[in-house]
Design a protein. Structure first.
Length: 341
């Protein structure tokens, strides 16, 4: 039996949601680049074997990987230039790192590239920007890149979380084989907030946890908003998002301290606050992912609230892998060549 991992490089790695999902899909990370120190602490605490470099992407030279046959470059390029929570300055925003994402593609020449961003990037006002990006990739030899929306709730995550995802392939045959991942959870079977969090909200014996899960929190949650490095992060999002959380019995004005859950006698009709572990569950992180052991509440939540859900990254990684390696398949958590089984 023969096994093999594909190789990847990731920028703007954050708290590791995309990296974790890609690793689960069979990718071996050769480099993770992240600027924010708290996020680097999360990465190193959870995966000390990963090569994590705390750097501004604009200062990274990727040419060392130019002849290394890297299979995938990826990244959660900062959403601020397109986020509806910001001024939507697009390419003119000083925080726009898309030119460096494209520079990474040019210097590394990977077999495939994948970049995720906020839903706002798909707005009509950014059509020209998207087209320029596609044309630049095509000029680099990546024919007919694909830019589509994915919804985290379609992949078992108890949160809608729409994201725009750009995928490009160097080889035309790989591009031809690529198929967008099919949802694993149909709309009628999506995981609800109550189903996802019942055990965590009842950790202190809350007698109303069962009713809350089965009668109140019966839908997926709105998109978590982690805020930026310098702003936000103490709440679950803007006014509209908080109103949606309130309908699910959650007080989104602020976060509970680490480990805090409703007490046994918490009133059934009183909304409670999520703690960071609950937020991580809403994002699809495994409970084994160290968060509150590493960072204080606000920074811990910022790392979680801005993450690309690991189950979505895994689904995308598998779809890309199916295109790159059509004769390889996942068998009991081991990648094996089908004709060797």
């Amino acid at each position: 039996m023969t096994s093999r991992s594909l190789t990847s490089i990731e920028i703007c790695a954050g708290a590791g949601g995309q990296a974790l999902g890609l690793e689960q899909a069979g990718y071996e990370h050769k480099l993770l680049v992240e600027y924010w120190q708290p996020a680097c602490e999360i990465l190193r605490a959870n995966q000390p074997e990963w090569r994590v470099e705390q750097k501004d992407v604009r200062e990274v030279d990727f040419s060392e990987f130019g002849g290394a046959d890297i299979d995938l470059v990826a990244g959660g390029v900062p959403c601020t230039p397109a986020s509806k929570a910001g001024r939507q300055l697009g390419a003119s925003d000083s925080r726009n790192l898309w030119p460096d994402a494209l520079r990474m593609v040019e210097e590394v020449r990977p077999r495939a590239a994948m970049f995720e961003n906020v839903r706002g990037l798909m707005d009509v006002k950014f059509a020209g920007w998207r087209q320029e990006t596609i044309e630049r990739l095509e000029a680099l030899g990546y024919e007919d890149p694909i830019w589509e929306m994915v919804y985290a709730a379609d992949f078992g995550v108890p949160q809608l979380r729409p994201r725009s995802v750009l995928v490009a392939f160097r080889d035309a045959d790989d591009r031809e084989r690529f198929r967008w991942p099919e949802p694993v959870t149909p709309v009628e079977a999506r995981v609800t907030v109550g189903e996802a969090l019942k055990d965590l909200v009842s950790a202190n014996g809350w007698r109303g946890a069962g009713r809350w899960a089965s009668e109140v929190a019966t839908a997926v949650g709105p998109t978590l908003v982690g805020g930026s490095e310098r702003h936000g992060g103490a709440d679950l999002g803007p006014t509209r998002a908080r109103a949606q959380w309130l309908r699910l019995g959650v007080n989104g004005v602020s976060l509970a301290d680490h480990g805090v859950a409703p007490a046994a006698d918490w009133p059934d009709d009183m909304p409670f606050k999520l703690n960071v572990r609950m937020a991580a569950r809403i994002q699809g992180f495994p409970d084994t992912w160290k968060i509150d052991e590493v960072l204080r509440k606000t920074n811990a939540y910022k790392t979680m609230g801005n993450a690309f859900p690991p189950p979505v990254a895994r689904a995308m990684g598998l779809a890309i892998r199916d295109a790159l390696e059509p004769n390889w398949a996942l068998r009991d958590d081991l990648w094996v060549k089908e004709d060797a089984v």
